[in-house]
Design a protein around this ligand. Structure first.
Ligand SMILES: CC(C)(COP(=O)(O)OP(=O)(O)OC[C@H]1O[C@@H](n2cnc3c(N)ncnc32)[C@H](O)[C@@H]1OP(=O)(O)O)[C@@H](O)C(=O)NCCC(=O)NCCS
Length: 194
């Protein structure tokens, strides 16, 4: 199943990634500050090409794949960040979101606005019961984003992953559909359809 692209929020346009995004994808993923708390190391251009090619999908996620999407500011036509959505469990109706933004566009609430749309897609288009976000416990800006979305900090796992040569703590945030519905009216905040 596909969403009707482009998706829109108040300030943003959200669309599938394409190989035409490779220059910006490389600029973002070659930045050590961006990948610090990701599984990736800074990507070379060839690595960024392969990385992007795996992300040029348009279908809502099923199985263990992710749907990754491009984010632009309305009217500017520049890739400022990327979103991810995965189906963690069909049985438990659990989805997970992810996001990676260019620090040049930080501090305007763009990542929060875009991530909110992904949560809405998970509940409305994928029938999720619970949406979560996982992060390195040191990733304070990501934790603040999930808190702005109204997610609850549910777990802090001590040294449960070995990432880029070190043991790392992982934090999990989540929100349930009824909690999200109490706080968000999709008719006012989002414009998308399946
Ligand atoms: C995580 C990440 C997306 C957060 O970016 P961000 O710029 O902090 O998030 P936003 O774009 O939502 O901006 C929020 C900031 O803008 C401010 N802001 C300004 N206008 C705002 C508005 N209209 N709405 C919301 N926030 C607004 C907020 O107060 C917040 O400031 P703070 O950082 O001082 O708390 C970014 O740090 C990133 O991409 N990091 C690298 C990749 C990564 O680690 N991804 C997450 C993996 S778990």
């Amino acid at each position: 199943m596909q969403l009707a692209f482009p998706l829109r929020t108040e300030r943003l346009v959200i669309r599938p990634l394409s190989m035409g995004d490779v220059t910006r994808h490389h600029e973002i993923y070659s930045n050590p500050d961006v990948v610090r708390y990701l599984y990736d190391r800074p990507l070379s251009l060839p690595a960024a090409q392969e990385h992007l090619a795996r992300r040029c999908k348009v279908d809502l996620p099923s199985g263990d794949g992710w749907l990754n999407l491009a984010v632009e500011v309305e009217g500017e036509g520049v890739l400022i960040g990327e979103l991810g959505l995965s189906l963690v469990s069909e049985v438990h109706r659990h989805c997970e979101i992810g996001y990676v933004f260019d620090p040049a566009y930080a501090g305007h609430g763009y990542a929060t606005e875009a991530a909110a749309l992904m949560v809405e897609v998970a509940f409305s288009a994928m029938g999720a019961h619970r949406v979560s976000g996982r992060l390195d416990a040191r990733n304070d800006s990501s934790a603040r984003l999930l808190e702005r979305l109204g997610m609850r900090r549910e777990a802090h796992f001590r040294e449960n992953e070995f990432v880029k040569g070190e043991w790392t703590d992982e934090v999990v945030y989540a929100v349930l559909e009824d909690e999200w519905r109490l706080a968000h009216d999709p008719a006012k905040s989002f414009a998308f359809r399946v």
